[in-house]
Design a protein around this ligand. Structure first.
Ligand code: SF4
Ligand code: SF4
Length: 300
């Protein structure tokens, strides 16, 4: 079973639009939305929720008013100013360090696990999908990313699916690291800007550190041809396979507004043709058909 993780250095590059378009082209596949901080694949795929589970991560301090004597020790010792007047703990400010729990002279502070969000297993018109929603201002998104990927893998193994298509988080932080471990390959969606090049460089370095083969596709390439060429040159130098270019095309945005992917909205559009070419190129790479080491890329 293979897993393709689609990444971008930042949000707004077209990553989710392209991932949802791939859903129309991929066969026997499980979708996984690992962009848990700003999940939006569901807006297009319209999942039919089948299973919903709580995601707990970390702990939060809660004062028990029946035991609290109001000594004020917790206000003094909390380095995060999470304990407010009248001895209430602000759940947003509380970092869950547990210091007040240990030092409260009355053992008046409970320390339950924190509810950070929900994760779901759903059906979509393209196949099963695992996705999640992280609560506002909640942390532990890396842990939630690992969880949704594990669940997608279980479904794929149980149902004999060949492929997991993972919409990864933007950036290069902890959630991205959690989204790429043991993936078959990653696809970077880059924009032709100076920051687009820099972002691709950073994601490329990450892929090397984890020994995951990387490919790049330049979206809206015609907005800056010089920068597109720089991205492609850099990719070739660093053994990131260039799998195509996609024009800037308003049809892409229009399809999103209609809550459809490009193949459902206008399959014969230029964007539709280019996305199909990118997909064919991804599939044609040996590294994506067998779990081989990424040194194969160096010979492409
Ligand atoms: S340290 Fe314990 S007893 Fe003292 S104010 Fe805080 S919760 Fe109440
Ligand atoms: S658990 Fe830590 S951060 Fe939360 S209120 Fe207690 S001391 Fe402050």
């Amino acid at each position: 079973m293979r897993e393709l993780v689609i990444l971008s250095g930042k949000g707004g590059t077209g990553k989710t639009s392209i991932t949802s378009a791939f859903a129309s082209l991929a066969e026997n596949m499980v979708m996984c939305d690992a962009d848990v901080d700003a999940a939006d694949l569901h807006l297009i795929l319209k999942p039919d929720f089948k299973v919903s589970s709580n995601f707990k991560g970390g702990y939060e301090a809660v004062i028990n008013p029946d035991k609290c004597t109001g000594c004020g020790r917790c206000i003094e010792i909390c380095k995060f100013d999470a304990v407010k007047e009248l001895f209430e703990i602000d759940p947003i400010e509380c970092e869950g360090c547990g210091v007040c729990v240990d030092l409260c002279p009355e053992q008046a502070i409970d320390f339950p696990e924190k509810l950070c969000g929900q994760w779901y297993i759903s059906n979509t018109r393209f196949g099963p999908m695992v996705h999640a929603r992280l609560g506002i201002a909640q942390e532990n998104s890396g842990k939630l990313v690992s969880l949704v990927r594990q669940e997608a893998k279980k479904i794929a193994e149980k149902g004999n699916f060949d492929l997991i298509l993972t919409d990864g988080p933007p950036g290069i932080g902890c959630p991205v690291i959690a989204s790429i471990g043991q993936a078959t390959a990653i696809l970077i969606i880059a924009e032709p800007t100076v920051s687009g090049l820099h972002d691709m460089e950073r994601v490329g370095q990450l892929s090397k550190r984890f020994n995951i083969p990387a490919m790049v596709c330049i979206n809206k390439f015609d907005l800056n041809l010089d920068q597109t060429k720089k991205i492609e040159e850099f990719a070739k130098k660093t053994h990131i396979a260039v799998v195509g270019r996609i024009h800037f095309d308003r049809t892409f945005t229009e399809s999103m507004v209609q809550e459809k992917n490009i193949f459902e909205y206008n399959p014969d559009s230029q964007t539709g043709i280019e996305v199909r070419q990118v997909w064919d190129k991804i599939l044609s790479f040996p590294l994506f058909n067998t779990p081989v080491a990424n040194n194969i890329l160096q010979h492409l």
